[in-house]
Design a binder for this molecule. Structure first.
Ligand SMILES: Nc1nc2c(ncn2[C@@H]2O[C@H](COP(=O)(O)OP(=O)(O)OP(=O)(O)O)[C@@H](O)[C@H]2O)c(=O)[nH]1
Ligand SMILES: [Mg+2]
Length: 210
């Protein structure tokens, strides 16, 4: 097994999932930005850095937000290359298709990431839309079991469990996570967050309220 990254090392984490599931909104929510109901489709990758505290240690995550659009998937596979330590796979709990597509994303990661020890955190986003919910919590937890990762039920809109996504990923990379983490009722700690200058375009051209 390759050595685990030590504290204060920058590690690459990629956010993937179908278009519209809320990847960019999760990231902006984590940064403390206001929820934007307007859909601005990601066209290229955007990179943001987050320092996440795990106990007395901190991990610098370099988070790559990728476009879910099927037309951009060749580019997205390129973003998965390099030394990827963790992948956050997002689906929309109101769309069963986006849940089914998680398997496609996992397969693509395994094919391109070049790191068989890559850590997975699965996120069922938009859990604020409970009336429209199609994917049960248990189905999300099943993904975590199947791929030896963690599952987090979240809402970027309500900022519910958003800190936990990145904290779980950091813990997992440091090798201190356990699969019951998401059930633990820990208070989120303030994370230092800064935007890097490596950002590509986030410039979308559509504005659709889903
Ligand atoms: N109700 C609700 N809407 C959300 C939530 N998260 C995101 N959205 C909305 O869903 C739409 C798509 O969100 P994005 O973050 O742009 O989705 P994305 O996965 O980055 O999409 P691509 O960039 O095309 O891959 C936007 O209109 C958001 O406002 C959530 O937790 N709840
Ligand atoms: Mg996006």
């Amino acid at each position: 097994m390759p050595p685990q990254p030590g504290p204060n090392q920058t590690v690459k984490v990629v956010l993937v999932g179908d278009s519209g599931v809320g990847k960019s909104t999760i990231l902006s929510s984590y940064r403390g930005e206001r929820f934007n109901p307007c859909y601005v489709q990601t066209q290229e990758r955007e990179i943001k850095n987050a320092k996440v505290q795990v106990g007395k240690e901190s991990v610098d995550l370099q988070i790559w937000d990728t476009p879910g659009n099927a037309h951009c998937r060749t580019i997205t596979t390129a973003y998965m290359q390099g030394d990827v330590k963790g992948v956050i796979v997002v689906f929309d709990v109101t769309s069963y298709d986006t849940y089914l597509d998680v398997q496609h994303w996992v397969k693509t990661v395994k094919q391109y990431a070049g790191n068989e020890n890559v850590k997975f955190v699965f996120v069922g986003n938009k859990n604020d839309l409970s009336v429209r919910r199609k994917v049960l919590l248990e189905a999300g937890e099943e993904l975590a079991k199947q791929h030896n990762g963690a599952y987090i039920d979240a809402s970027a809109k309500k900022k519910d469990n958003i800190d936990k996504i990145f904290k779980t990923m950091a813990e997992s990379i440091l090798g201190v996570a356990n699969n019951t983490y998401f059930e633990a009722k820990r208070e989120p700690e303030p994370d230092d967050f800064s935007r890097s200058d490596g950002g590509g375009g986030g410039g979308g051209f559509r504005c659709t309220v889903l």
